[in-house]
Write a protein that binds this ligand. Structure first.
Ligand SMILES: [Zn+2]
Length: 127
């Protein structure tokens, strides 16, 4: 009677420890491989997508500054582009505050934008 009880106890202990090991393995598997696959899947892709979107917005702002400065007949649109490139949104605010104020209209000669009241079109040179 006592002998069989000891056997049962040993059996259940062995069973418990193997279950514990399996649970531990599953947990390690879950946090280890699961985390890695999440990074390779959604996490890292999300970060790459985020950086690509930020880069695309920055390039769009730089192109807009260059075109806007040219349309307003400013002497150095490329210099303004570099200022915004180096100083980011600070340069963009300085540009918007310091650019010549006025309505942009489409040039009748070349179709590019030019500021109303300019003596000649910055793109084609026509009055
Ligand atoms: Zn023009």
């Amino acid at each position: 009677m006592l002998d069989s009880l000891v056997k049962l106890k040993r059996f259940s202990l062995a069973r418990f420890s193997s279950l514990f090991a399996a649970a531990l393995f599953l947990q390690m598997n879950d946090s280890g491989f699961g985390g890695a696959s999440a990074c390779a899947g959604v996490g890292c892709f999300g970060m790459i997508a985020f950086f690509v979107i930020v880069l695309a917005i920055n390039i769009a702002i730089l192109v807009w500054v260059q075109k806007d400065a040219k349309a307003r007949g400013m002497d150095n649109p490329v210099l303004w582009m570099i200022v915004v490139l180096l100083t980011s949104w600070v340069g963009l605010i300085i540009y918007i505050l310091s650019r010549p104020k006025g309505e942009l209209v489409v040039c009748a000669s070349c179709g590019q934008k030019r500021m109303q009241g300019l003596a000649k079109c910055p793109s084609c040179g026509n009055p």
